[in-house]
Design a protein around this ligand. Structure first.
Ligand SMILES: Cc1ncc(COP(=O)(O)O)c(C=O)c1O
Length: 388
């Protein structure tokens, strides 16, 4: 078994060696600016075109609907602020959900502070939005609905096809943050009636600092970086050629493996959850069991603090996450767990384990063993005993 046992793949992933290999020539030999006309520039441009085709193909889009960005955060910001600026006359009503990533929630709130009206959809105890509630909120002046495909903390998948149809019928644009799903579960922007979609390479064994925004042809978007006019004028700046090549290669690898990898990880996930619930008392699963990312295990464990448990796991060379539960050190439950209605006490024991390409049954059994021992030790230390 290889150490560390890396189980934080929702935070970021190891870059696939084949991706690194595909990127190297664009540092070392074909390093030209893709906007130039001589050989090394043209080689770079061809590689960018190839990557653009690969990512477009993955989501049933056209290459000219892809705008490369520095990642998911930029794509989310560009979509929300760019649509607001481009449709200043259409309407000032926005809808999002309570469990979005901050890269969506914050630009939405910024717009709400500058004259837009924002409705935040609640979610049920599994983290799913209600289509009925969404329907009742849609209005003739609703400009944009932004609802993520799957949540980064709890892995809950939203019915984005139905959401897309509702938005299209009601004349609202639909943006989805697909950072956690691109390359993991199928996406089809035409069938799912998506107008804008954010993706990041580093969640699918690609490099950090590169991603893209899908912009459906005909959707107006204000340019978000002014300068030399690259990316059809939306996002000026010399292209990050090695990053784009890496994203393209990671996409091709994900496409080949998506179906078998989803099956493999779903089995590993469910076996782990079942074993955990059998061996450790006081464990509850966060999110939906039926509509869940193949690689996500998010649980609350009674009588422990997630962050302390992580330190104990780290001593066994296991990398996991406490969810975003106590990210600010304030011990406030994360906004996602709060939206599910998880109590403050229980949310303290939130742990997120996210599987990836290197995860094996052996590494999960090792983790389970370490977890069991650590939970027992921490409960004894805190005097919580074994009443769980
Ligand atoms: C759902 C979601 N959206 C957006 C982001 C931000 O992506 P990036 O790190 O590429 O800026 C993340 C990353 O954590 C995410 O999980």
């Amino acid at each position: 078994m290889e150490y560390p046992v890396y189980l934080d793949n929702a935070a970021t992933t190891a870059v696939d060696p084949a991706v690194v290999e595909a990127m190297l020539p664009y540092f070392l030999s074909a390093y030209g600016n893709p906007a130039t006309l001589y050989g090394v520039g043209m080689m770079a441009r061809e590689a960018v075109d190839h990557a653009r085709e690969a990512v477009a193909d993955m989501i049933n889009a056209s290459p000219d609907e892809i705008v490369f960005t520095s990642g998911g955060t930029e794509a989310d910001n560009a979509a929300i602020k760019g649509v607001a600026a481009a449709y200043a006359d259409k309407g000032k009503h926005l809808i999002t959900s309570a469990i979005e990533h901050h890269a969506v929630l914050e630009p939405m709130e910024t717009l709400a502070h500058s004259g837009y009206e924002l409705d935040i959809l609640p979610v049920d105890s599994e983290g799913r939005i209600s289509l009925e509630t969404l329907k009742s909120l849609l209005r003739p002046d609703t400009l944009l609905v932004s609802i993520m495909h799957a949540n980064n903390e709890i892995g809950t998948i939203q019915p984005i096809g139905e959401i897309g149809s509702l938005c299209r019928e009601n004349g609202a644009l639909f943006h989805t943050d697909a950072v956690q799903t691109f390359g993991k579960i199928p996406l089809n922007v035409r069938e799912q009636k998506i107008d804008l979609m954010s993706v990041s390479a580093h969640k699918l064994h690609g490099p950090k600092g590169i991603g893209f925004l899908y912009v459906r042809r005909g959707t107006k978007l204000h340019r978000f970086m002014e300068g030399g006019g690259q990316e059809r004028g939306y996002r000026s700046g010399t292209l990050n050629v090695p990053g784009i090549v890496g994203l393209g290669k990671a996409t091709e690898l994900a496409k080949e493996r998506m179906e078998s990898e989803a099956k493999r990880l779903t089995t590993l996930r469910d076996v782990f959850i079942a074993k955990l619930m059998n061996t450790v008392s006081g464990v509850s699963v966060n999110g939906s069991r039926a509509h869940r990312l193949p690689n996500n295990i998010s649980v609350c464990i009674e009588g422990i603090q997630g962050e302390t448990l992580l330190l104990a796991l780290d001593a066994s060379r296991i990398c996991a996450s406490a969810g975003s539960a106590c990210s600010t050190g304030s011990m406030e439950p994360s906004h996602v767990l709060k939206a599910l209605g998880v109590s403050r006490d229980l949310a303290r024991g939130a742990v997120r384990i996210t599987l990836g390409r290197e995860t094996t049954l052996e590494s999960l059994d090792y983790t389970l063993d370490a977890l069991e021992r650590s939970v027992q030790g921490l409960r004894e230390l805190s005097g919580a005993g074994t009443n769980y």
